[in-house]
Design a protein around this ligand. Structure first.
Ligand code: ADP
Ligand code: MG
Length: 238
């Protein structure tokens, strides 16, 4: 993809999302402005309820802001219809969640192939590309296994392969190590680092400083506001 590397991948300007709860208004995201360049690995931190998931849902085109701007790869998407957002999501964004969200009756291969069905990839190519994605996460030999036949860390790697299979610009991960033990968390964060070195931009929510130290930049949220934006020398996972 020919694109200017200096151009921000994410440019968020005064982004605001409110929820009305009866007579009260919850400022889930309050006037947040931030820019993320291609190739960055950003951790998002903050206490529970500080707006991290709201921010990720907006970045991921799963939700629309009440006000503000969001340019993704140069395209203003804040005012897009839900169909247009779905198209952007499918083409440009991969998601990873704490709970893996794999289909239990599908094999690893079947789970990884699913986004290509929605993207209209020819069926002959799906298997080949899904196997390549499983290979990238070290699970090619487990392609035929169902989620229940895999460990938590392996299930998360399948979910990561699924997120990567349409070759997205951006990988969004909301607490991807939240359900994993420490050793497995480090394995997963090491995998994110390898994928990031190969060029994918990553934004990852975590409440664990042990995980955030592997990112090159940490955004801190509190009460829906971005209160800190720190660059750091990322520790390298073994
Ligand atoms: P975090 O991910 O940091 O825990 P969230 O982004 O989920 O925080 O939530 C931020 C605030 O917005 C919280 O006060 C939460 O209760 C509120 N909130 C989030 N989603 C909704 C919703 N769909 N309806 C009402 N309030 C919401
Ligand atoms: Mg959350």
């Amino acid at each position: 993809m020919a694109s200017d590397t200096a151009k921000p991948l994410i440019a968020v300007d005064r982004l605001t999302r409110h929820y009305r709860m009866g007579p009260q208004i919850v400022h889930a995201l309050d006037d947040v402005s931030v820019t993320v360049n291609r190739g960055e690995f950003v951790a998002v931190m903050g206490p529970s309820g500080s707006g991290k998931s709201t921010f990720m849902n907006l970045l991921g085109c799963l939700d629309r802001p009440d006000s503000g701007h969001y340019r993704l790869d140069g395209q203003e998407v804040a005012g897009f219809s839900s169909d247009a957002l779905a198209a952007v999501r499918n083409r440009s964004i991969g998601f990873v969640f704490q709970s893996f969200n794999l289909l239990p009756r599908q094999s690893a291969l079947g789970n990884v192939m699913l986004p290509m069905v929605y993207a209209g990839v020819a069926s002959a190519r799906r298997v080949e590309r899904a196997l390549a994605a499983l290979d990238a996460v070290g699970l090619r030999e487990r392609a035929g296994h169902r989620p229940t036949q895999l460990s938590g860390g392996q299930q998360q790697r399948v979910a990561i392969a699924r997120a990567l299979v349409n070759d997205p610009l951006l990988l969004l991960a909301d607490e991807p190590t939240g359900a994993l033990d420490t050793a497995t968390s480090l394995e997963i964060i090491g995998l994110f680092q390898r994928l990031n070195r190969r060029g994918i931009t990553i934004v990852l929510v975590t409440h664990e400083p042990e995980v955030a130290r592997f990112a090159g930049r940490v955004l801190h949220f509190r009460d829906g506001r971005l209160i800190d934006d720190l660059r750091q020398d990322a520790e390298v996972a073994a």
